[in-house]
Every structure is written in C-alpha cells, then in structure tokens.
Design a protein around this ligand. Structure first.
Ligand SMILES: Cc1cc2nc3c(=O)[nH]c(=O)nc-3n(C[C@H](O)[C@H](O)[C@H](O)COP(=O)(O)OP(=O)(O)OC[C@H]3O[C@@H](n4cnc5c(N)ncnc54)[C@H](O)[C@@H]3O)c2cc1C
Length: 308
C-alpha cells in the first residue's frame, strides 16, 4: 500500500485549491517515465495554463511538496512513488511554438517531434541537435541536455520561469550558470518557455541533419528499449561507458534491470524491472568502477521519490 502524506490521496486533494486544470489521484508514474518503473504520484496536477498554475502555487498549503516532471526520459522514480503533488505541463497551452524577431520561443511542454515538425515547416535551423534528445523543452533546459558536440546552453537566449510564489520572470541564459548537464537553476522554479537562437535554413539541410542524428542514435544507443539515456556523467576527460565496460559491467543484471549490450552507460528495464533493481544495478556499477579505478561515477539520471 502506498503511504503518502495523507491516508488517502482524496484527503490530499481536498486540501488543495480549486483549479481549472485537472487533479488525478494515485497515478502510476511508470506510465509517465521512459524506464517504465516507479510508484504512483499521490496527485498528478495538469494545469490548464500559466494563470491556473500561478493560483495553485499561491494557494496550496506550504507543507505540500511539489515535483515537476517533463517527458520522464531522465527520471528514475522509486517504487514507493512521489509524495505530494506532481506537476506535468501537458495542456496545449504549454505546447506553443512561435518565431519572434528571429528568436524561436518554445513552450516547456513541447516535445522533440513537434519541434522538429515546426522547424521543417518554417525552415528554422541552427539547433537541430537538441531535437534528437527525447523529452520536453522544460526537462531539456533543466538538465542542460547535450549531444553531437553541443548543449542546450549554447543555443538558449533566455527562459520564462515561474517561481514558487507564482511570479513569472524572463531569465537570461547567463543567470543559469550552466555547466555539464547542470545549472544553478533553483529546484523549485518551473520553466514555462525557452527562447532559442536560430537561423533560416533550407528544409532539405535541416532534414538531412535530423536523419543523420537519428541514424547515429539507432546504431549506437538502445533507443527503442526502456531506458533513461546515459546513466552516469562522464568524469572529466573520460567516458563513463568505457570505465563501465573496463570494470566488466557490460551485460550485468539485477532482477529485470540490465546494462545495455549496445551502450554500457545505458541501463535497461527488460520488462519486469523495479526501480529498486535499476538503482541497485547503478550502485553496483559505481562500486565496481571505483574498485578498479578509484573514480566515483556520478548519476546523470535523476532519482526521485521514496523506496517501497
Ligand atoms: C534514449 C535516450 C537518449 C537520451 N539521450 C540524451 C542525450 O543525448 N543527451 C542528453 O543530455 N540527455 C539524453 N537523454 C536524457 C533525457 O532525454 C534528457 O535529460 C531530457 O532533456 C530530459 O527531458 P524530460 O522532459 O524527459 O525531463 P524529465 O526526465 O521529466 O525531467 C528531468 C529533470 O527536469 C526537471 N523538469 C522537467 N520539466 C521541467 C520544467 N518545466 N521546469 C523545471 N524543471 C523541469 C525535472 O524535475 C527533472 O529534474 C536521453 C534519454 C533517453 C531515454
């Protein structure tokens, strides 16, 4: 039985302010994460729009924790689930894309395939690489996602955020202090929209880059499996996958979790893994790599929630 903040999620719901969006009780987060594991959210709140979210943050009891998720492609939600309210910006109001004075403004709830479609239809390029990362724009910024030699901070101009008092601010790129897969962005701020530098390009040229990136991923990463991408950050000047492979971890298993044969920094849920299996496998890898190299790998996958 899930032990949340209240005996029943309906009691938590009763303590929350009235909203125009939706409150869903006891929602399985395994359906909202790429790994396909994890316990429930006591309440999943889907705000209707920015104003609905603002009033929720202003009026909710202070003691109730709030967690924001995007596409769940970088998350390991533990089997006991997440207490309090989980927010997902899934309403079309958070999925708008527009071009303004040569800057591309993308809602936090936009996913990579919608962004690709917009870029092709409007001949907008210069940031093709970020569309190959799974997930949504909010998660992309929060994790300073990167690939193919670039990262989000290189193409970001500014972001519209909401703080925990419901105030909206436009924050310049430099104020995020981006570094490798991280930033000093406060945990309790919610990204609403990102503004990106872009250039006008031939549709064909953009399409070619998209296809090149897709092909690379299909041949180098287990993108069709239940995974959350690179599990560990690359230590300075080194590759996590190589350290993992050299420590003899390729193919290592715990329950239904396995180190990918294709890319050893990817962990896979073979279908019946629990979050505990995946986390234990990760900890086992950290230990084995440390025993061999005295290097401690750092999780890139974000672990959240409570153990069962
Ligand atoms: C097959 C595969 C390949 C991948 N390849 C790459 C890669 O090449 N490069 C790379 O960097 N990553 C990669 N990843 C990891 C992942 O796709 C990225 O980290 C992605 O940007 C996460 O976005 P998301 O929307 O899924 O965020 P989530 O996983 O849902 O959340 C990630 C973090 O962002 C926060 N967050 C989400 N939305 C918001 C918001 N609106 N406001 C504030 N905080 C928010 C969450 O609280 C959490 O801390 C890969 C993952 C998979 C499954």
């Amino acid at each position: 039985m899930f032990e949340g903040l209240f005996n029943k999620s309906s009691e938590l719901k009763d303590s929350l302010p009235e909203v125009r969006g939706k409150y869903l009780e006891n929602v399985k987060l395994s359906k909202h994460t790429w790994f396909g594991v994890g316990g429930p959210a006591e309440i999943l709140y889907l705000p209707e729009d920015e104003d609905d979210l603002r009033l929720f943050l202003l009026k909710k009891p202070e003691s109730i924790p709030v967690t924001i998720i995007g596409g769940g492609s970088n998350l390991l939600v533990r089997d006991g689930g997440i207490m309090g309210v989980v927010i997902k910006l899934d309403n079309p109001n958070f999925k708008k894309i527009r071009l303004e004075d040569g800057v591309l403004k993308v809602g936090a709830g936009v996913n990579n395939s919608d962004l690709k479609k917009f870029m092709l239809e409007n001949s907008v390029g210069g940031m093709e690489f970020i569309t190959s990362v799974p997930g949504k724009i909010g998660g992309l910024l929060r994790t300073n996602a990167g690939c193919f030699g670039g990262n989000v901070s290189q193409v970001l101009v500014s972001a519209k955020i909401m703080n925990d008092w419901g105030e909206i601010h436009e924050v310049e790129k430099d104020d995020f202090n981006f570094s490798y897969r991280s930033s000093t962005f406060p945990e309790n701020w919610i990204i609403l929209e990102a503004s990106f530098k872009c250039v006008t390009k031939e549709r064909k040229e953009i399409e070619e880059l998209f296809n090149e990136h897709k092909k690379y991923r299909e041949t180098h990463q287990p993108i069709n499996k239940r995974t959350a991408g690179s599990t560990f950050k690359n230590p300075d000047g080194l590759s996590a996958w190589k350290l993992i492979e050299d420590a003899g971890c390729k193919g290592l298993k715990v329950g239904g979790a396995e180190v990918s044969q294709m890319h050893s920094n990817f962990l896979i849920n073979n279908g019946n893994a629990t979050a505990e299996d995946i986390e234990k496998l990760g900890e086992m890898i950290i230990q084995k790599v440390f025993e061999k190299t005295s290097i401690t790998l750092e999780w890139e996958v974000r672990r959240m929630g409570v153990k069962r």
